[in-house]
Design a protein around this ligand. Structure first.
Ligand code: CAA
Length: 241
């Protein structure tokens, strides 16, 4: 039986590429999404991957959503904590709403999506938890005090969880993408992107979502069991952690 994978934020951007790549690698995939029904339905009809709507910042909604995926598809062996948002702004102008929206979606979701799954993974002696962080959690980024805090936080979370579960066949790893050609990066003001970001990428271009997805498929494999607590930087050479 194919292993079951859940990808949060799995219907758009990097998440959509991850869902598709896992499906192509033979996994049974469930793609979570938070709000954009139109994009999710389009994704579902394009790929045949079932979609599940719940808010990753809401613990009760995640518990219920995850149980319904397990009822439909079976126990989840692979969790890709990918869902994330930006609410950019210089910190001296940032509201608490901008701060907390990002912390809830990008960091609280580590608890809300992982906690309902970890006991089952431990009991079955197998699990793969892959967390999508960011270059901006590694190096900081002006305009992103909230996002950088959350994306650095997930790296600490992964290391602690990796230690707690290493003897149970459960690995926990992080991928830290650089600037990838998705809607999130296209929302950066064009003059900032052209003048301040692109010239800093030695490879000379934005990354592709499919390039990040390849890393996820690699870490999800049964053969990747000796890799845990690591952070894989995939950023075109922009930051060498
Ligand atoms: N890198 C370097 N400099 C930047 C920058 C960046 N990413 N963003 C802004 N700046 C600079 C501006 O060019 C400007 O410099 P000058 O005064 O020399 O012209 C200065 O910071 C202030 O910027 P603004 O005048 O634009 O100030 P603002 O208050 O109107 O807006 C901002 C500030 C909200 C941060 C806006 O510039 C912005 O959205 N910048 C992009 C921030 C960013 O890089 N976000 C990453 C999104 S992609 C992502 O998050 C995915 C991922 O994981 C990589």
């Amino acid at each position: 039986m194919a292993r079951v994978a859940l990808v949060t934020g799995g219907t758009r951007g990097i998440g959509a590429a991850i869902s598709t790549a896992l499906k192509n690698a033979g996994y049974t995939v469930a793609a979570n999404y938070g709000g954009n029904d139109q994009a999710a339905n389009q994704f579902k009809s394009d790929t045949g991957i079932p979609v599940y709507k719940f808010d990753v910042s809401d613990a009760a909604a995640c518990e219920a959503g995850i149980r319904s995926i397990e009822q439909d598809l079976g126990p989840i062996d692979i969790l890709v904590n990918n869902a994330g948002i930006t609410r950019d702004g210089m910190f001296h102008k940032m509201s608490f709403d901008q701060w907390s929206a990002v912390i809830r979606t990008n960091l609280d979701s580590m608890f809300t999506c992982t906690r309902p799954l970890i006991e089952g993974m431990r009991e079955r002696n197998f699990g793969r938890i892959i967390i999508i962080s960011s270059i901006n959690g590694q190096k900081g980024q002006m305009g992103q005090a909230n996002y950088s805090a959350a994306k650095a936080g997930v790296i600490g979370f992964a290391k602690a969880l990796a230690l707690e579960n290493a003897n149970k066949g459960v690995t926990v790893n992080v991928i830290a993408p650089g600037y990838i050609a998705t809607e999130m990066v296209r929302a950066v003001p064009e003059e900032v992107l052209k003048a301040k970001i692109l010239p800093l990428i030695p490879v000379g271009r934005l990354g592709e979502a499919e390039e990040i997805a390849r890393g996820v498929v690699f870490l999800a494999g049964d053969e990747a069991g000796f890799i845990t607590g690591s952070t894989l930087s995939m950023n075109g050479g922009q930051y060498m952690a």
